[in-house]
Ligand binder design. Structure first.
Ligand code: BGC
Length: 778
């Protein structure tokens, strides 16, 4: 007995020595794209691991049941002690995380630190606009800074891994998760993917204020049939490569440390079990060298997809290239790596090398984060007091929010509002703090967000009287209303009748010089599992708006939304419309900054707004077809590609957004009308601020490849610049175009530029007509 004990003790001592040796001298500036500098260290730990411990590294349970003080005794604590857990998610606070990390470090045999993941999507406690809103800023520096700040706050709370950025291209606003992405364009989406990854990960992941990013949902999750979440995706390879894959690739090129497999199928195989996707494309073609995690229960979901039993789906996932299984380790979920892989290994269905490959990737990630060196590096208990939700962070979030808002209409310059007189703020979204941050704001203290009413009172100053009425509930349909006011983001149903609420609103309206109608979606109307078939504002709120318009008072519609809405009727009737998305914890102040003109709006849409839901999917970079319309006036033409009941063009195109000032474009010049493969062309244009305010403009450059070996889009964004132009000034904006900008995937999926004629357009949105041409010569 004592001999046995001694042998075991000796073995453990060697183990500890080895791990300590492995932990020291870590290279400080690993970029994730280099070859694995930790290979030897990883291999030496691997050689000590039991099969159970190996499978444990691939296990990512949800840690909802751990609270401070309880950590030692919870079920998960026991599993951590036994080395059966690789990371946890949904646990926050440096104190709690330290306590849990201690279990791994002090009680588990091999002392392998844990990852702590969370959905840090658009900020942490300081919350920025929803990603679709953030993308509307078209400001890459700002977007990167938001990710940096999110990383700083989240890591101060102990978290070292975020499930962001979400880069799924979507052209279908029925899909609720369109709110979580950057819209419809692969070029802009790629720039944003890069900015976000760089923001989260910084240039040194071993610092304590950077974190591992996870690009998701790989892949094509934004194209579900009929816009219904989790639904089938079916897409040609050529469309995939040209239109949907670029942002994921951009994240990989930027060195993203992890990738999340999507729920949907691709070419008939769920992404989670799709070897072509997760290995051939991601690793072999793109050179990704981080780890792949499933989406929540994605592994188990291959059973209802029809891919086999619990053993078969886990084998499929592992062999396809999945390294970590999210949320499988729960009694309610029948399939998980921890529940099947051991048996599959014993039966020879998977090999030790399949398992080792995944384990190595998990250990490498922990090395990259510097966790072996200092497992408590994110557990400084004082940091959160001085780094989270600070006044400086909130001031920054307020600025970011103003940059994301899109002025959709402003007849007779109704906006900006004067800081005098009486303003009636009316609508169910006017005074609801919890609906300001929007979907996926898990670390936001929802009650601390600033609602519009409070923001207006603060920003308006003493000369403005602000009156308020709720005006209506969210919708006539009580059941629907319940579905869209959940997760603490409620708007308590007002017990008064619709008529009583309306009467109060009309009385406020009668005393007001101008009405600000706070109307649209609640925060939970978009986001995961919030697909719709109707893109209009809920009828009850439409009726309220119409009643307000009937008073004859000027009405400004402050539109809250997580998706492009079909507001054709409102566009006809309401003189001013400001789309504010869900703009984060400082929403009310930021909206007011824009309404009063303290900030001139400069946001531009990154997703097309349709006239009606029947036009969906609708996007600017479509193909011409063999029967394009012969006119741009929306006139119906028989036997051409159009509708008999609605014109083809959207309500607001991609790239659209007004300002309180006007910008005029002229003098488009190309440095040459010929481009050869080794040179570039300079495109320049003069942009004049010809209105009455200083302002920012997003200058956009599009090309059209007129003839190709495959059909090419009518326009493709290839450059943009957000510039500050003072009232009366003119700036010359220049872009460089090289052969790289003209490349696309042809029918062999080769990335090529084909000689021939190209058009180049520069302007204020994707309808830009200022145009020149050039030729790509051999
Ligand atoms: C979502 C992911 C998210 C994960 C973890 C899933 O339901 O699809 O986007 O990261 O849950 O919360």
């Amino acid at each position: 007995m004592s001999k046995l004990f001694n042998i075991k003790y000796a073995f453990l001592s060697i183990t500890v020595l080895l791990i300590v040796a492995c932990n020291s001298n870590q290279k400080k500036s690993d970029t994730l794209s280099s070859d694995n500098p930790f290979e030897e260290k990883v291999d030496s730990i691997l050689s000590l691991m039991t099969v159970d411990e190996k499978i444990g590294q691939l296990n990512l349970p949800v840690s909802g049941d751990i609270t401070t003080g309880q950590a030692q005794s919870s079920d998960i604590a026991k599993k951590i002690e036994e080395g059966l857990v690789g990371g946890l998610f949904n646990i926050k606070s440096a104190e709690k995380i330290k306590e849990v990390q201690k279990i791994a470090i002090e009680k588990s045999r091999l002392k392998i630190p844990l990852l702590f993941g969370m959905d840090v999507i658009h900020g942490y406690q300081t919350t920025f606009p929803i990603p679709l809103g953030l993308s509307s800023s078209w400001d890459m520096k700002l977007i990167k800074q938001t990710a940096q700040m999110a990383a700083k706050e989240a890591t101060a709370d102990g978290i070292n891994w975020t499930f962001s950025p979400m880069v799924d291209i979507s052209r279908d606003p029925r899909w609720g998760r369109v709110s979580e992405g950057s819209g419809e364009d692969p070029f802009l989406g790629s720039e944003i993917a890069k900015a976000m990854v760089e923001g989260y990960q910084g240039d040194d992941l071993t610092k304590n204020n950077t974190m591992l990013a996870c690009v998701k949902h790989f892949a094509l999750y934004g194209a579900p049939e009929a816009g219904r979440d989790y639904n089938t995706v079916d897409m040609s390879r050529i469309r995939m490569y040209n239109e949907y894959l670029p942002p994921y690739k951009a994240a990989v090129d930027a060195g993203v440390g992890s990738v999340m497999a999507s729920f949907n199928e691709i070419d008939g195989i769920p992404a989670t079990g799709n070897k072509w996707l997760l290995t051939d494309l991601l690793r072999d073609d793109w050179g990704f060298n981080g780890f792949v995690v499933t989406d929540y229960t994605g592994l188990y979901e291959m059973i209802p997809h029809g891919m086999g039993d619990k053993y078969q789906v886990a084998e499929l996932a592992l062999k396809a290239g999945v390294d970590m299984d999210m949320a499988g380790d729960s009694p309610a979920i029948p399939a998980a790596f921890v529940k099947t892989l051991k048996q599959s290994l014993e039966e020879g269905k998977i090999s030790m090398s399949d398992l080792d490959t995944a384990v190595k990737r998990m250990l490498t990630a922990k090395y990259r984060l510097g966790l072996f060196d200092d497992p408590y590096k994110y557990c400084d208990l004082n940091r959160s007091k001085t780094e989270v939700f600070t006044p400086e962070n909130r001031t920054f979030a307020r600025k970011v929010a103003t940059e994301s808002m899109v002025l959709l209409k402003n007849e007779n310059n109704l906006l900006p509002l004067k800081k005098s007189g009486t303003i009636g703020v009316i609508g169910p979204l006017a005074n609801t703090a919890v609906n300001m941050a929007g979907t996926w704001s898990v670390a936001t203290k929802q009650n601390l967000s600033i609602p519009l009413l409070e923001g207006l009172k603060t920003v308006a100053g003493e000369d403005v009287k602000v009156l308020y009425a709720k005006g209506s509930n969210v919708d006539y349909d009580l059941e629907y209303e319940k579905r869209v006011t959940m997760f603490g983001k409620d708007i308590p149903r007002d017990g008064r009748t619709d008529k009583q609420l309306l009467d109060e609103a009309l009385s406020v309206a009668s005393k007001s010089d101008v009405i600000v109608a706070a109307i649209g979606e609640t925060a939970e109307m978009s986001g995961e599992c919030s697909s719709v078939t109707n893109l209009q504002i809920p009828q009850l709120q439409k009726d309220l708006l119409n009643a307000l318009l009937k008073t004859g008072k000027p009405v400004v519609l402050v539109l809250f939304t997580g998706r492009p809405l079909a507001i054709t009727e409102e566009n006809e009737k309401v003189p001013a419309i400001l789309n504010v998305w869900f703009s984060g914890s400082e929403a009310g102040l930021a909206i007011s900054d824009v309404l009063f003109g303290d900030v001139n709006p400069s946001g531009k849409l990154t997703a097309t707004f349709p006239r009606n839901v029947g036009q969906v999917p609708i996007y600017y970079n479509h193909k011409n077809t063999g029967r394009p319309l012969g006119n741009n006036d929306g006139k119906f033409e028989k036997f051409k590609s159009n509708y008999i009941d609605v014109r083809n063009e959207p309500l607001y195109p991609f790239g659209y957004g007004l300002s309180y000032t006007d910008f005029t474009y002229n003098n488009l010049k190309l440095s040459s009308n010929q481009l050869n493969p080794n040179s570039s062309i300079e495109v320049s244009v003069n942009v004049t601020n010809s209105g009455n305010y200083d302002g920012k403009e997003v200058v956009q450059l599009y090309i059209r490849d007129l003839v190709g070996s495959v059909t090419r889009p009518v326009k493709e964004l290839k450059g943009f610049q957000k510039v500050d132009i003072k009232n009366g000034d003119t700036k010359t904006i220049t872009f460089q175009l090289s052969v790289e900008d003209l490349k696309f995937y042809n029918s062999n999926l080769d990335f090529v530029a084909e000689p021939g004629e190209f058009e180049v357009f520069v302007g204020t949105n994707s309808n830009a007509t200022l145009k020149d041409t050039f030729e790509l010569v051999k």
